[in-house]
Design a binder for this molecule. Structure first.
Ligand SMILES: Nc1nc2c(ncn2[C@@H]2O[C@H](COP(=O)(O)OP(=O)(O)O)[C@@H](O)[C@H]2O)c(=O)[nH]1
Ligand SMILES: [Mg+2]
Length: 222
């Protein structure tokens, strides 16, 4: 069935946003970047995809941009189709249809912007209204390299994440801090859900993130 990917719980039509990339070789999952305009979503994606920090707004169009990236999880290829809400988030209302096919959501705020943090609750209620019930959510405090201008304490991010039961870490699209880890943790969780063998211990995304993440205080260089 070209263009359709089977996953646990049914079929998710991912080709709808297709870029011509051949589908059908291995598991493919939709990951969506959410959060206020300016928090660094596009930079976060390009840091992961291209290993570079592109400053400035290089995606100005209003719509949805997306990139594919294959990551190896325990020797198995997992394809992530990562959707970036190019500009729509300015109106804090991303086309709700896009939520439906996302298996994971990376929700970003900017540690130098209290407003972007305060808006996380609004984003979470959008998510709870429109996303799949079992969607994987991760809260990310981006721009951790800008500690001099910090407006949101790490512990406030952590406690909001605890309240909602989602994993949390601080990241930097600029230095690369925890960027790969965020996608890898999501890929591991999704792969595990799709192909969990009976009796196999369940992958614990919270524990994984806690054990792997780098603390911004110890290693961030602006
Ligand atoms: N210092 C620093 N600046 C960042 C980081 N991520 C993004 N930026 C800057 O923040 C601004 C907005 O980034 P962008 O990716 O366009 O945000 P978006 O609107 O969420 O997609 C740009 O000027 C980026 O250069 C980061 O981790 N550290
Ligand atoms: Mg953007």
């Amino acid at each position: 069935m070209p263009g359709r990917q089977q996953r646990a719980g049914g079929y998710a039509e991912l080709v709808r946003l297709g870029d011509g990339t051949r589908q059908g070789d291995g598991a493919s999952f939709g990951v969506m970047l959410l959060g206020d305009s300016g928090v660094g979503k596009s930079c976060f994606l390009s840091r992961f995809k291209d290993g570079a920090f592109l400053s400035g707004t290089f995606i100005a169009t209003v719509g949805i941009d997306f990139r594919n990236k294959v990551v190896a999880v325990d020797g198995v290829k997992v394809k992530l189709q990562i959707w970036d809400t190019a500009g729509q988030e300015r109106f804090r209302s991303v086309t709700h249809a896009y939520y439906r096919d996302a298996q994971a959501l990376l929700l970003l705020y900017d540690i130098t912007s209290k407003i972007s943090f305060d808006n996380i609750r609004a984003w979470l209620s959008e998510i709870h209204e429109y996303a799949q019930k079992d969607v994987v959510i991760m809260l990310l405090g981006n721009k951790a390299d800008m500690s001099g201008e910090r407006a949101v304490r790490t512990e406030d991010g952590a406690s909001l994440a605890r309240e909602y039961g989602v994993p949390f870490m601080e990241t930097s699209a600029k230095t690369g801090l925890n960027v790969e880890l965020a996608f890898l943790a999501v890929a591991k969780e999704l792969k595990q859900r799709a192909v969990q063998a009976p009796g196999e211990p369940r992958f614990q995304i919270h524990d994984y993130v806690e054990s792997q993440r780098s603390k911004s205080s110890c290693c961030a260089f602006a």
